[in-house]
Write a protein of this length. Sequence first.
Length: 436
Amino acid sequence: MNICVIGTGYVGLVTGTVFAELGNDVVCVDKVAGKIDSLNKHIMPIFEPGLEELVARNHNEGRLRFTTDFKTGVETAEIIFICVGTPSQENGETDLKFVEAAASEIAAHMNGYKIIVNKSTVPVGTGDLVHDIVERECRDGHKFDVVSNPEFLREGQAVHDALNPDRIVIGASHKQVAFRLLELYSSLQAPMIITDVHSAEIIKYASNSFLAIKISFINAIANLCERVGADVEDVANGIGRDNRIGKAFLNSGLGFGGSCFPKDVKSLVYTSSRLGYEFNLLKNVLEINDERVTRFIAMIQKRFPDMKGRTFAVLGLAFKPNTDDMREAKSVEIIGALLKLGATIRAFDPVAMPAAKKIYPNITYCPNAYDACNGADAMLLVTEWREFKLLNLERVAKTMKSAVIFDGRNMYDPARKERLGFEYYSLGRGKWPKSS
Ligand code: NAD
């Protein structure tokens, strides 16, 4: 099939590349010329394992093209995917200006029937909005359908997820158009859920919000554990082994960040309220999440009441492992708070340092975790990259000013770290520093 993908970010670039890999002719359009130039040279604008080879192969074989020219993309395509960003506004409302702009570009270049697919995460009703824009702005009155096909891929394993989705959700106003989408996805072995557009739009927000509920729930349990000296990791293990609950997303720590969960939960709260339902459960989920960094900083401050002259090694900057995405990363909040208190930061992340430098140009970026810890008063484990689990901590301890670890992700075993001579603190596992 002939496909056009608008937006070449984490979702659009992976989606377009995977459609090309499945044998379709794909044109990816982005408004940022620098991104398109880089992609045409096989230089990835994002870090995503396995993506570079896939882009290079499909581009070399002519199935995948990159352009800033909407005319080329829209005119040649039967199906057009909108994969642009949908950021949050101050009040939690989703900012739809990129979706609206994409819809206008489509309308301006329609040359026949098109299926327009919203893959961006958009509030319920956005399909109708896109429909109205295209109908209003398409001068030649071409026919079209608007479909919702939310994306569930995870950064860090996006290529794998796009090729092996848990399910494919298609929200369409009639069966014929849904079947055309089914055909596009037919080579993937995944359950297909066909529904109306509004239900599909809600499925995406409900999925992310449910996962956020699990994270805030276990963090609330962590608060309780701290009060009685219980271990939240054991509690999570005990709950998660119940098949009705499941182990996933029961990791206590600094809470959820990233480009999706915070904005999607806020958006669902906003949309619900606008529709006359106060989603208090989700408001509480956000409150619990917001307290996590405050709690972590309070724990550090209890151990180091005067931060001036203190140096902290921050291990991990990206919002989660295996990505360079710094959107709503906990490191940003933590570093900001510590700098405000007068501390010095030595940071390391395997891939996110270039992105982090745009936010904090004046902290010290180190070539590896060992170097970051050298001379530090404490190590702060902020992103649970696997390589941090494998660190030689005996070597680390020898170079630190004081062997203190604050583990924001409950990555290490407390007893083992203490045997190695570390003062070890984590969230939800009993021990807090004593007031000095
Ligand atoms: P992103 O910011 O990485 O990429 C968006 C891209 O769209 C950018 O390259 C930008 O230049 C381009 N763009 C913006 N307006 C444009 C326009 N009018 N015409 C052409 N290009 C335009 O965003 P992302 O992380 O890929 O997310 C895209 C959407 O997918 C969002 O709605 C997000 O919530 C959703 N989503 C993201 C993920 C994820 O893990 N990142 C997962 C599932 C769903």
